[in-house]
Ligand binder design. Sequence first.
Ligand SMILES: CC(C)(COP(=O)(O)OP(=O)(O)OC[C@H]1O[C@@H](n2cnc3c(N)ncnc32)[C@H](O)[C@@H]1OP(=O)(O)O)[C@@H](O)C(=O)NCCC(=O)NCCS
Length: 435
Amino acid sequence: MDQEQFIRGFRESSPYIHRFRGQTFVISLEDEALSDGTITSIASDVALLRSLGIGVILVFGASSRIKEMLEKNKLSLDQNSSGPIVPEGILRIIREAVGSVRFEIESALSRGGDNSSMSGAQLKVVSGNYVIAQPVGVIDGVDHFLAGNPRHIRAEFIKSHIAAGEIVLISSLGVSLSGELFFLDARDVAQKVAEEVGAQKLLFLMDEEAISERKGEEARELTTREAQTILGTSSLSENQKEHLLRAIDTVSAGVDRVHLVNRLQDGALLLELFTRDGCGTLISSDPFESISSATLDDIPGILEMIRPLEASGILKGRSRETIETDISRFSVTRRDRNIIGCGALYPFPDEKMGEIACLAVHPDYRRCGRAGNLLSWFEKKAREEGMKTIFVLSTQTGHWFSERGFTPCLLEELPPSRRESYNHQRKSLILKKNL
Ligand SMILES: CC(C)(COP(=O)(O)OP(=O)(O)OC[C@H]1O[C@@H](n2cnc3c(N)ncnc32)[C@H](O)[C@@H]1OP(=O)(O)O)[C@@H](O)C(=O)NCCC(=O)NCCS
């Protein structure tokens, strides 16, 4: 890598470094990473995340070690569609396998030495009884014995370690309230931990490429809705399907982002997290889920929200009749049945321009990106309608638009009909954005 590339790459990563500081990521990995040696690069990437102020929780599975040790004992783990069947004798071996994997991961995270990429990291790794389990029980007449599901996570306990700068290592064994040990699916544990700890990201380290087949291209970013469509249409491997389903469930349960990352690619974690294009597949919720075109029924809700803003001069006054006539130009953000955001896009087809107007979010719901989402919605709509430029007239919110790519422009640049109706007394700033 030449110097210029290094500098460009380092600078490209800086917004992510700032954004991620103080956030918590859950990383789910299987123990194949130990047998094929990829654990070494994963451990040094984890050390780097930690040094950037990111809280890391590593949830590990031990499937290959369990299989290997059972085979040595001429045993096998029976499964049916409801999961594994784990009698006492099998659990004894699982415990040994999970324990040995745990210590090997701990040792990988503890490597240092002057020539190591983890030199100076001195990671502090902790494990404990963070996962409360419950038995799978008897399903269709089949007893699953000591196979369990995660019931609850002791989130405050985990958070206290994260706050102390420690890396939390969690296995696929959980304890029930009566003190019995249960064997769990490590990916179920990772999902539950991410949900209950309130992690910003869950990263599944897989041994497969990113999800592809969206118009023949690799799908770097999917909304949960797009992910559902891909599940129904494209030919994914069983493993990809399962992880995509898990990602959809996790995002639906409130975790912002789930990444599917190929652990076989060196530095995949860093590429996925700190470069614009990433290298895996990111699944997040649909930012437009709560936004829709307005109907006449929405007028009372819109009026209730914009009247105080009109009274204080922030928004231009609009009569009920004007809004009724223009309702097809309006879109609204809903929460339950209430309208908590609105805006309008007025087209000027001859000039291929559009005006964003009446953008507002209810004071109780501000600073969560809702207006930003409404703006993206209108930008998408404008592009679909063939507009090349959008503009806005604002008396007090110019900076908000500048921070979102708008630049000041002259009255002469507006479509002639809009120039005529410009209210010189309001002295609104005019800003435009090329799409
Ligand atoms: C401007 C408005 C739509 C933003 O809604 P929102 O959902 O809070 O917006 P987002 O969450 O996407 O963005 C919030 C960010 O914008 C900033 N912001 C809010 N109003 C701003 C303003 N007038 N100028 C500059 N930045 C502003 C917030 O401080 C916040 O930034 P921070 O989190 O870094 O502090 C909302 O404050 C509003 O309804 N204001 C009154 C109506 C209005 O001015 N509309 C513009 C019509 S032209």
